[in-house]
Design a protein around this ligand. Structure first.
Ligand SMILES: Nc1ncnc2c1ncn2[C@@H]1O[C@H](COP(=O)(O)OP(=O)(O)OP(=O)(O)O)[C@@H](O)[C@H]1O
Length: 257
């Protein structure tokens, strides 16, 4: 398709004989907000690890921007090509201010030597200001990052990623531990980002997925189980059985515990 930014074909990951991913296919469009869901151990995080180069597939192929085979590329090369990964724990500098964190992220994009030479240009300042506004931290630019709430730290890290201008953002459970209000704001932020960049979100919070997903990919036992709208996915018997059913059981046992 014209606007495919990432194509994973028949990806298999073998951890010492255990196949965490088995022939998984995933095609991501430019400007798409895709949710990757599935029960524990389905292979979702491993799939993100494959895309960002942290884990090398034993078979299959990952192609970025139609022509660039990134299957065997190193993590830093993949990051430089424009695929950014955010893990659950924020990797911000807690003793620096919010502004300084964003400044560092922007300079990283430019490379260490250029950053050492570069003085802050006016347009850099404007970009940081715009980023601060986008992540809703414009009034907290001078705060120490360590003093932000959990949600604000996550937004700061997303802002830092965005200043490195990725074409694809990979997010692992971005709303875990957030308040309802923060979760809602994060959904709006992701929607806004997906106007210009593509995002893959691994998520367990089904209400969040329902509220913000247009397309959902369901994995089970390392394979693609179902792909489509949240309505399609929810209507699918196999999904209900392996995923929603299990979750219902888990909820039931928790509520009776
Ligand atoms: N480095 C590793 N070595 C061996 N097995 C691994 C490794 N990483 C993951 N696995 C296994 O691969 C399977 C898939 O794990 P993965 O973390 O990708 O699942 P997941 O869908 O993200 O699950 P969760 O929702 O619980 O995070 C699991 O059975 C896990 O135990």
């Amino acid at each position: 398709m014209e606007s495919v930014i990432l194509q994973c074909d028949e990806v298999t990951v073998d951890f010492d004989g255990f196949k965490a991913i088995q022939g998984m296919n995933l095609s991501l469009e430019r400007g798409e907000l895709r949710f990757l869901i599935g029960p524990n151990g389905a292979g979702k995080t491993t799939m993100l690890d494959v895309i960002c180069g942290k884990v090398k597939p034993t078979a299959g192929k990952v192609v970025f921007s139609k022509t660039i085979d990134i299957t065997r590329k190193k993590e830093h090369q993949i990051a430089e090509l424009g695929i950014g990964r955010k893990f659950q724990t924020p990797s911000i500098f807690p003793t620096l201010t919010v502004y300084e964190n964003l400044e560092i992220a922007m300079k990283q994009k430019r490379g260490v030597f250029a950053a050492m030479r570069a003085r802050m240009r006016m347009e850099d300042h404007d970009r940081i200001e715009a980023q601060l506004e986008m992540i809703g931290l414009e009034t907290k630019a001078d705060w120490r990052a360590g003093g932000l709430s959990h949600g604000e730290k996550q937004w700061l890290e997303i802002g830092m990623m965005l200043l490195q201008e990725p074409e694809i953002l990979l997010l692992d459970e971005p709303v875990a531990g957030m308040t309802d209000n923060e979760t809602e704001k994060t959904g709006e932020l992701l929607k806004q980002i997906s106007r210009t960049q593509s995002i893959v979100v691994v998520e367990h919070d089904m209400e969040f997925v329902r509220n913000f997903a247009s397309k959902v990919t369901v994995m089970h036992e390392g394979k693609l189980l179902k792909e489509g709208s949240m309505e399609d996915v929810q209507r699918d018997d196999r999904v209900a059985e392996v995923y929603l059913g299990k979750r219902r059981d888990a909820d039931a046992s928790r509520s009776t515990a």
